[in-house]
Design a protein around this ligand. Sequence first.
Ligand SMILES: Nc1ncnc2c1ncn2[C@@H]1O[C@H](COP(=O)(O)OP(=O)(O)OP(=O)(O)O)[C@@H](O)[C@H]1O
Length: 237
Amino acid sequence: MLTIEHLVKHHGSRTVLDHVGFEARSGRVTAFLGPNGAGKSSTLRILLGLDRADEGRALVAGQSYRSLRDPLRTLGSMLDGSGAHRSRTARNHLSWVARSNGIPQRRVDHVLDQVGLTASARTRVGRYSLGMGQRLGLACALLGEPEVLVLDEPVNGLDPEGIRWIRGLLRAHADAGGTVLLSSHFMGEVADIADDLVIIAGGRVVADGTLDDVTRRYETLEDAFFALTSDGRDTVR
Ligand SMILES: Nc1ncnc2c1ncn2[C@@H]1O[C@H](COP(=O)(O)OP(=O)(O)OP(=O)(O)O)[C@@H](O)[C@H]1O
């Protein structure tokens, strides 16, 4: 469960988050959508303790990310691809992350298998395709068997088989009681996987509800997105 409460963030005289608040619930896949520059990454960075809010707070299972005792065992995240250095192999990288977080080494083989990278585990990350890098980022997020997954653009670079695979993986995580928050620009994928939607535009939440609630008045999710994020926009709360 993730709770975002009244986040305000200024950069100089600009307000990039203006009282952003929503929840991502256990057992649900929540999609976080918005045009470029809307404030998605700013919100996720605050949630993950990478930046500070000027007002408001973001809680993971009732605590701030920075106060979690074993963060990777509570929340797994992927913000910018794999996060691994080009010169390392997937196995090196995951082993190092596991060691530095008190996670058993047997989890490394498990997640490599889970994301389909076992055969490439000893290849340097610099030689990986975009999709393989995404799979490694996901392996890292899954390493600590966290309840919560926060994924920025997880289908970016995946081929159709990879997209189907990740959809199944995230669905299974939510169906097992986990919380999934993902950002995406791919409306088709979001419509296929999300239970709940949060749409942000200009630093404000303009829609928050179930996929059905948010899209009810529109033909498609894409129509809803443009109506809710354009100037003179609608709102659904
Ligand atoms: N460190 C910073 N200094 C100044 N402005 C910033 C900084 N970080 C973000 N911004 C601004 O805050 C606004 C929100 O940016 P953010 O990266 O959160 O958007 P986003 O919704 O993630 O966009 P995208 O879909 O392009 O990733 C943008 O106008 C951006 O230029």
